[in-house]
Design a protein around this ligand. Structure first.
Ligand code: NAP
Length: 299
């Protein structure tokens, strides 16, 4: 059997941790496969999908800026992808017979879309979830915020979500869209200190504080944090961010975004192969790729 082909579609992709993490996983599992970074310009996306399908690619991950476009290109979507309205993991349906191949060539590409940011985020935080968690604040209303809210709707629908965004329209749209599944309330950016203070969990889903802007933080008053809160920043470079250092200094339990990265990759590998992912190996490879051999951070 030929080496199985996997990859990551994005623009740009050269800084991605995924090839190191996924190739380490395939090596550990003894699967003859390779995972490539594919830098694809937005205007060449449909050519890239057709080419990858023709090459019998098993699956690809999808990152910025293609997640929404691939969502619309898929012929079958999982519940997670439908809720997130974005696809970060794609499976090509490989034709089992020559007749299927001829039929596929004349019709739309059979593309199966999933969103493992949803399941991956939840896998990384579910051990901290109890019935005592009533209010979850989500900072930002973009793609990552949407994945977090979709996960809460699927796995913790009794919580109340408060979305704080500088764009009130985006936060209100999220609230309306998820209303049948989970209570989501929009709040203006200026109210964040008071709203965060009243939360059990806070999930930071904006790029504020991401490398190289490591001195930035989305908050201007550390008093919004207190003991008993769980605070996560989806950013993993740097780790910890200034935001997480502020939360930790006020006694909060904190987590960066690396575990979400690892878990979304693990769920993708399992969806493609049906084999349990070697999460420890993937975590070590991701840490090594992000922070270097000594797992250095900016602490
Ligand atoms: P996105 O779709 O572009 O959304 C970013 C959100 O942040 C938007 O709501 C945006 O508001 C808001 N925002 C940006 N700059 C802001 C500022 N200065 N003040 C207030 N709000 C601001 O991006 P995304 O895909 O959701 O990613 C968000 C972060 O999560 C990034 O740092 C990304 O690296 C991280 N992430 C991590 C993982 C992981 O596996 N750990 C996975 C996905 C994402 P506007 O709409 O007004 O611009």
């Amino acid at each position: 059997m030929a080496t199985q082909l996997f990859g990551l579609l994005g623009w740009p992709v050269h800084h991605s941790v995924s090839p190191a993490m996924m190739n380490a996983a395939f090596a550990d599992l003894g699967i003859d496969a390779h995972y490539f970074p594919f830098a694809v310009q937005p205007q060449r996306l449909s050519d890239a999908l057709a080419g990858l399908s023709a090459l019998n690619t098993v699956g690809v991950n999808v990152t910025i800026p293609h997640k929404q476009a691939v969502f619309h290109a898929c012929t079958v979507l999982t519940r997670e992808a439908e809720l997130a309205k974005a696809v970060n993991t794609l499976k090509f349906q490989i034709a089992a017979t020559e007749e299927m191949e001829r039929a596929d060539a004349s019709e739309n590409l059979p593309l199966l879309g999933h969103n493992t940011d949803v399941t991956g985020w939840w896998s990384g935080v579910s051990d901290k979830y109890t019935n005592a968690v009533r209010t979850v604040v989500v900072l930002g209303a973009g793609g990552a915020a949407r994945a977090v809210i979709a996960a809460l709707a699927l796995y913790a629908s009794a919580v109340r979500v408060r979305v704080i965004a500088r764009n009130r329209g985006s936060a209100s749209a999220l609230a309306q869209e998820f209303a049948p599944l989970i209570q989501v309330e929009p709040f203006p950016w200026e109210s964040r200190n008071a709203v965060m203070h009243a939360a059990d969990w806070i999930v930071q889903c904006t790029p504020i504080g991401m490398w190289p802007n490591v001195d930035d933080s989305p908050i201007d008053d550390e008093a919004c944090f207190h003991t008993g809160q769980f605070v996560q920043d989806l950013i993993y470079r740097p780790s910890p961010t200034r935001f997480l250092m502020q939360a930790k200094s006020r006694g909060c339990v904190t987590a960066d975004g690396l575990e979400m990265l690892v878990q979304q990759g693990a769920r993708a590998l399992e969806w493609w192969t049906g084999v349990q992912a070697p999460t420890e190996v993937m975590r070590a490879a991701a840490r090594n790729a992000v922070y270097g051999n000594g797992f250095e951070t900016n602490k």
